[in-house]
Design a protein around this ligand. Structure first.
Ligand code: ADP
Ligand code: ADP
Ligand code: MG
Length: 472
């Protein structure tokens, strides 16, 4: 078993990994930027090391992180999600320097991180993919010709994209012309790659993803699916496990496809295979995420399996300790991503001091967060500050329990998306478990929840927050 792990991340996921280490008797080493010196992960780890002044550079510097791991006597690095978690170069450096990277091999990270390569690999394995380009697009003309063949609407997507960014729906040729250069430039800025490709737009699909565990001996199991159809601007807001919208037959089909997908690429460690279901119930491979996911928690709630612990066991070289028929699920779990944003003001980031934090508890309630009363949220990072996970045996009960838990939760001093979720829970179609990715757009009060649209102010607010932080 691994003995000491450096966690190359921050916030709630770093704390989540430290908790797994503590239960397994493994030492955890935290790293932190100046802005994060009061971070909970720093307090909870067995050791913590500064990454210096820059808020991001340290978390994104593979060589420095590997050096730190070696200097502190670590035998492994857990990358969490975001930052370097899907950086194949980082996994490769770890490997070359004798540090175990807790995730799949660098080749798999590279090929699955490239959405067009992933599509080809899946097609070769006989897995249905969304109809679209064979590889990357060479030009706007090629895009126009292809879109004419597969039919509008189409989705223009960044090949190396992630986090719901670099995706544009185009309803006609005019739209495609308008968006092509925009997506290319967005992709270049956000992901350092100008490559884009095109897919048929599945209108109002359901986003269904399957959690996979695979060891180095070729054993692959699934931990059932999650329904992440409740999204805003292609970003997940609420996730549910298992999907209350699938028949048992659909569940078996998609879970088997995910296992086949993982086997086809010799996958190792935890991973997620994402699919889209169209309105007729057909399912298509969309992409594979080669890391622990934000919403792994709800799968833990319904299966009782600690996914981070399994990641560490797999990276230690141990075989899976469960066979597929030992995995069962029970009840329903919902996760709410609590973001430090003002939903009444165009989801403007809301930074600053948390004057009071009270975590909801009681049966079936879990909160994963790194905030505490008196904590100052730095303006440099992702706005997700807490995950509220609610479990109950029945769908009706998980909804009433979610109301209760969201009411119970208290975060003062900043604005959060909590009231937005309270609205979603009241929507009839949500309660009836009948929703797709068009859910927010089809509810005028959710679509126009924001009373103000101060887009231009975002930069000013951010700059002020950064200046205030520097002066602390
Ligand atoms: P998940 O896929 O786990 O459901 P997200 O899509 O929200 O969750 O991604 C988790 C985090 O990782 C977010 O902070 C997101 O911005 C970041 N992220 C995901 N993919 C990429 C990528 N390709 N490049 C940069 N950041 C990414
Ligand atoms: P990311 O890497 O950012 O997570 P994905 O390829 O997983 O990107 O897509 C994110 C979301 O965008 C999906 O959950 C879905 O809502 C929407 N989307 C992506 N591709 C399509 C498509 N071909 N048709 C319809 N919606 C899509
Ligand atoms: Mg995705």
């Amino acid at each position: 078993m691994l003995q000491k792990i450096l966690i190359a991340n921050r916030g709630e996921i770093a704390v989540r990994i430290i908790r797994a280490c503590a239960e397994m008797g493994i030492l955890a080493v935290a790293v932190y930027s100046d802005a994060d010196r009061y971070g909970l992960h720093v307090k909870k780890a067995d050791e913590a090391h500064s990454l210096g002044e820059d808020p991001l550079a340290g978390y994104l510097n593979p060589h420095h992180l590997v050096n730190l791991a070696l200097e502190t006597g670590c035998d492994a690095i857990h990358p969490g999600y975001g930052f370097l978690s899907e950086n194949s170069h980082f996994a490769e450096i770890c490997h070359l320097r004798g540090i175990r990277f807790i995730g799949p091999g660098s080749e798999v990270i590279r090929s699955m991180g490239d959405k067009t390569q992933a599509r080809s690999a899946m097609q070769a394995a006989g897995i249905p993919v969304v109809p679209g380009s064979e590889g990357n697009l060479e030009s706007l003309d090629e895009a126009l010709a292809l879109a004419g063949e597969i039919g509008y609407p189409v989705m223009l997507k960044a090949t190396s994209g992630g986090g719901g960014r670099g995706i544009r729906r185009c309803d006609d040729a005019e739209d495609l012309r308008k968006n092509y250069e925009r997506v290319v430039s967005e992709a270049t800025k956000a992901f350092g790659s100008a490559e884009v490709f095109l897919e048929k737009c599945i209108v109002n699909p359901r986003h269904i993803e399957v959690q996979i565990l695979a060891d180095r001996f070729g054993n692959v199991i699934h931990l059932f699916e999650r329904d992440c159809s409740i999204q805003r601007r292609n970003q997940k807001l609420i996730e549910i496990a298992p999907s209350p919208q699938l028949t048992e037959e659909q569940r078996n089909t998609v879970c088997d496809l995910a296992v086949r997908a993982a086997k086809a690429v010799n996958y190792e460690n935890a991973g997620t295979v994402e699919f889209l279901f169209d309105q007729d119930g057909n399912c298509y491979f969309m992409e594979m995420n080669t890391r622990v996911q934000v919403e792994h928690t709800i799968t833990e709630a319904i299966t009782g399996i600690d996914i981070v612990e399994e990641q560490i066991r797999i990276a230690s070289g141990l075989p899976l300790r469960y066979s597929q028929d030992e995995i069962e699920y029970r009840g329903f779990a919902i996760q709410f991503r609590i973001n430090a944003e003002d939903p009444r003001n165009d989801f403007l980031p809301s930074f600053g001091r948390i004057t009071r934090y009270y975590a909801p508890g009681g049966p079936g309630v879990r909160t994963d967060t790194a905030i505490y009363t008196g904590y100052d949220i730095p303006p440099f990072y992702d706005s997700m500050i807490a995950k509220l996970i609610v479990w109950a045996l029945k769908w009706e009960d998980v909804i009433s329990r979610s109301h209760r838990a969201l009411d119970d939760m208290e975060i003062s001093g900043i604005k959060t998306t909590r009231p937005y979720y309270q609205q979603i829970l009241r929507a009839e179609r949500f309660c009836k478990a009948d929703f797709d990715t068009g859910f927010v757009d089809s509810h005028p009060h959710l679509l126009r929840y924001s009373e103000k649209r101060h887009k231009a102010h975002i930069a000013a607010v951010l700059a002020a927050a950064i200046a205030a932080h520097a002066g602390l």
